[in-house]
Write a protein that binds this ligand. Structure first.
Ligand code: ADE
Length: 250
């Protein structure tokens, strides 16, 4: 039976999903734990990418080689970069760029050598389903209290996400990254550390991929404050609601 893979970066992003898995079976590979089971009659495998592009590529490659995966969905958190992309908002990725890819002068800055482009595109149909699942899922979760205040109702954004091996936690660094990307014609809504790697492996194998990220911070000097609490209290419940909805749409 073809299997839907659901990837997360961190255990707290995954735990709510794991609770929903029927007849979970644990499989160890490449130093990683893969949880195989069923959800709404769909064959599902859950795994953690771990953090960063290499770890995410290893998880994704192992997943595709060892399990009969026909679609990959990523759920996690990201730092908001675009104007108006605030904490508690949700970004559904349409495509990815690697903000730390630079093989210039051999290739244009950000271009992935031998890929012919800087951009990795998500699967259009799976992304449309994920967007519907996000809209339905968020309608069902309550408002969240974070860092001493109620978060406003989440706005859902769709667009470009930047990935790289850096937790961006200085406003000046975030501004520089954004202006460099914009100068090359790229305007990311959010920054994180795995999505482009998963997208690249899925592209190489021809496996449809879609990704959703809840904005945990603004990639500025307070990015690390309450990060773990946000993942547990907000991003985890969002992921569970969204993937629960996705299962009814597939
Ligand atoms: N994931 C969540 N917040 C992030 C940030 N500020 N930088 C990189 N990855 C992130």
């Amino acid at each position: 039976m073809r299997t839907l893979a659901i990837l997360s970066a961190l255990p707290d992003e995954q735990s709510g999903l794991l609770q929903q898995l029927e007849q979970p079976e644990r499989v160890q590979r490449a130093g990683r734990t893969f949880w195989r089971g069923h959800w709404h009659a769909h064959a599902v495998v859950l795994a953690l990418t771990k953090i960063g592009k290499v770890a995410a590529a290893t998880t994704t490659t192992t997943l595709i080689e060892a399990f009969d995966v026909d679609r990959v969905v990523f759920t996690g958190v990201a730092g908001g970069m675009g104007a108006g992309v605030g904490v508690g908002d949700v970004v559904v990725a349409q495509n990815f760029v690697q903000h730390d890819m630079d093989a210039s002068p051999l290739f244009a800055r950000y271009e992935i050598p031998e890929h012919g482009s800087a951009i990795l595109t998500c699967d259009v149909q799976l992304t449309a389903l994920l967007l519907r699942a996000v809209q339905a899922g968020l309608a069902g979760v309550g408002r969240h209290f974070h860092q001493g205040q109620w978060l406003p109702a989440a706005t859902v954004h769709t667009g470009l996400v930047a990935s790289g091996d850096q937790f961006v936690s200085e406003a000046a660094a975030a501004r520089q990254m954004l202006s460099d990307l914009q100068a090359a014609g790229f305007s990311p809504l959010a920054v994180e550390m795995e999505g482009a790697a998963v997208a690249q492996v899925c592209h190489d194998y021809g496996v449809p991929f879609a990704a959703v990220r809840t904005i945990s911070d603004r990639a500025d000097d307070s990015a690390h404050a309450d990060f773990s609490a946000f993942v547990t209290q907000v991003a985890g419940p969002y992921a569970r609601a969204v993937i629960g909805q996705l299962m009814t749409l597939l």
